[in-house]
Design a protein around this ligand. Structure first.
Ligand SMILES: [Zn+2]
Length: 288
């Protein structure tokens, strides 16, 4: 499935990614509606990775404009900011009803569309033992494919077998991880994104040493760590975002090119420039 992904992602200011064909929004920082305009009405499922303000302040305007379309907002179950927001929105905009709020657990799976599911995975961005406060997400497409032993049968024979034994006798399930979104997270488990067709990953800092800064209380990834992981797993396309605005864009791009060369990365690598929204990210020229 071809995916049209629009997004903005600059650390501390705002992050959001809209996957148009799937009606999915990952995070809802400032500017979601201002950038997507009427397209924001296509958002049916908004998965919010955690309660840092740069990932949720766009929800107020989204709710005000599109609550009537009954979208669902999913959030980590122990992130108390969301029930508070729900309560506040209800009082602030009492006429805009319809938004569903759904607290989600680690490994929860939601069907968002025919054949499309989203799985939530706890990550270590917010460290509060015993409480689920931050999530990454994986999107799967499930299709049924004719078993190889039946490929030479004609249509009529297939229909008869299906009538007698059912679809599961004829076909195997084919499950593909078509997209993964890291949210804000340190690098934890290389296996998590192995075989993702598209990976959207944060790279707040350039180097691992810088991730220990006091300016950010929660844990983040660095560009060098992301590339080390990407070099060790199979993915088809990489989108990098959530860069800190402390870096100049040339500096970021040069670092990205350096790692692409160092690790001999052959897949297309895209990046969200600091302070800029990008329309149809995958249709833009990759950096390599
Ligand atoms: Zn963030």
């Amino acid at each position: 499935m071809k995916l049209t992904i629009h997004g903005y992602s600059t650390a501390l200011y705002a992050t959001w990614y809209f996957i148009e064909e799937l009606g999915i929004l990952f995070d809802a920082g400032d500017g979601v509606c201002a950038n997507l305009l009427g397209k924001a009405g296509k958002i049916k499922h908004a998965f919010i990775s955690h309660a840092d303000r740069d990932h949720l302040t766009g929800l107020l305007q989204f709710n005000q404009l599109f609550a009537g379309l009954k979208p669902t907002i999913y959030y980590p179950k122990d992130a108390g900011s969301f029930p508070f927001l729900n309560d506040f929105f209800t009082k602030f905009d009492p006429h805009n009803k319809g938004t569903n709020w759904q607290a989600i657990k680690d490994k929860a799976i939601f069907s968002v569309k025919n054949s499309i599911q989203v799985e939530a995975i706890e990550n270590g961005h917010v460290v509060q033992p015993g409480l689920l406060k931050s999530l990454s997400f994986k999107v799967f497409e499930t299709k049924r494919k004719l078993k190889s032993k039946f490929v030479n049968l004609n249509k009529e024979e297939l229909i008869n077998i299906k009538k007698e034994h059912g679809d599961h006798f004829l076909t195997n399930e084919l499950k593909r991880n078509i997209l993964s979104y890291s949210g804000d997270t340190p690098i934890e488990d290389y296996e998590r994104y192995h075989n993702s067709e598209i990976l959207i990953h944060e790279a707040t800092f350039m180097t691992k040493e810088e991730t220990n800064t006091k300016a950010f209380k929660n844990k983040h990834s660095s560009l060098d760590e992301v590339f080390k992981m990407v070099a060790n797993i199979k993915i088809d396309k990489l989108i990098l975002g959530h860069f800190s605005s402390r870096y100049d864009q040339h500096e970021i791009d040069n670092e990205i090119k350096k790692h692409i060369q160092q690790y001999n990365i052959k897949i297309p690598v895209h990046r969200i420039p600091v302070g800029k929204a990008v329309k149809n990210i995958l249709a833009q020229e990759p950096i390599n």
